[in-house]
Design a protein around this ligand. Sequence first.
Ligand code: HEC
Length: 460
Amino acid sequence: MSYTHRSPKPLSTHAVGVLAIMLAMPIEVFSQAGAHGVTFSEDIAPILQRSCQNCHRPNSVAPMSLLTYEDVRPYARRIKERTMLRDRMGVMPPWFIEKDVGIQAYQNDISLSETEIAMIAEWADNGAPRGDPNDMPAPRVFAAEDEWDIGTPDLIVDLPPYTMEAEAPDWWGMIPPVSSGLAEDRYVAAMEVKEVSDVEGGIGGKFIFHHAIIMSTGANGRPNGRWPVHEVGRNAEMFDPLAGPILRAGSRFMIPGVHMHSNGEKTTAYLRLGFKFHPQGYEPERRSTLLNFGNGEIDLRPMQDGQEVHIFHTLQQNMKITAFEPHMHAAGVRMCMEAVWGGRTETLTCAGYDHNWVKVYNYAEDAAPLLPRGTLLHVTAYFDTTADNKNVIDPRNWGGLGHRSIDNMAIVFAPGLVLNDEQFAEEIAKRRLRLGLAKGEGMLGCPLCGFEELPGNGRR
Ligand code: HEC
């Protein structure tokens, strides 16, 4: 059996546009920009609206607003520098997926295309011209200061505030239970956690919650739900539509393990949990799992780039992986996940890493890996302990496993669905239909997508 490799078909017009633009590089860069070269009004403002203003506006997480030409003009050069970092630490917007390898379709992808990066550079180099104000797009409308990526939550739960002194050792502890006030059982479609803080002028980079393990408990105090771990600067988690986890009536939320660190400024902050529910009557058809694995021998030499830690996990059941979330600490700069099955090794995703922004990348529905049991997941975590890595406080230190941010970790969170053979065959049939895959036409992350009928089905 031979496979033709193929990426998932671009499904949105945006994805089609990006692809078309990438193929047309670099001539397209200039013809895109209109007769007068790249201008703020015509070319730059739409990019900022889509990928930056959610954070860069008054009372959001970023230190400055990027709403108007007057706001943006002084930052033109720094915008060029930050966007040119692409998938490396410090890039704006904070989104680190590598575009030349692995799966490319993710939900809520705010990253810039090569054309957009080039346009910004050209604009900055040409003195950041405003252009014709009549070309400005209508301003983006923000619902509220604390707009959520999951839409307006159906339930918001605020946990109690904590204060960290300007300079203090890291702190680990527990946050006691808080009532959810939920009157009936509901299935959750998406979840987002915000750190709400009294830091002035943008909280991003000034977070004090490093991570929080989130659990719900019943009235009897027993755990009744495990939720995605909140991490510093993390974005929203979209659960698979077929496997919304249940939140029980009367549940309380608690944090059995919270890790806090100071940010150089005395800060009081709390976590705000937002939940988007499925409609009443919804029933999940699939079982979800919060797969995570990692650590192992971490032995990092001082002042050395390109150090690797390898971690492995064999899937005991068929799985659809719905998200990829690297977790390292300050020395971490990159993580890649490969799937090894049937003698083939495929890179599913590679992403840069910046310990100020622990991102979760939710795969687009038709791009999520569909992996048969027995697949070996191989994760490589890359570390840089040189002074070039600005997150490393003292490059002279040896580094090993530990809980402090200056110690190290190498963990991947790869949540998804656990599928029995019948469900697995259904998922593959659905994928083949939606993408119009021909017989024998596999795709990245789905080694069995070329089969009309799964080999050994019913016997495995
Ligand atoms: C998820 C929130 C978020 C998004 C989206 C985002 N930023 Fe930022 N940005 C921040 C935060 C927080 C900081 C401050 C911490 C830092 O410098 O990394 C920052 C810092 C910056 C800086 C450095 C400012 C300085 O004083 O040097 C620039 C430039 C910048 N952003 C530009 C952009 C541009 C351009 C985009 C969109 C293409 C963007 N950002 C998207 C949150 C965001």
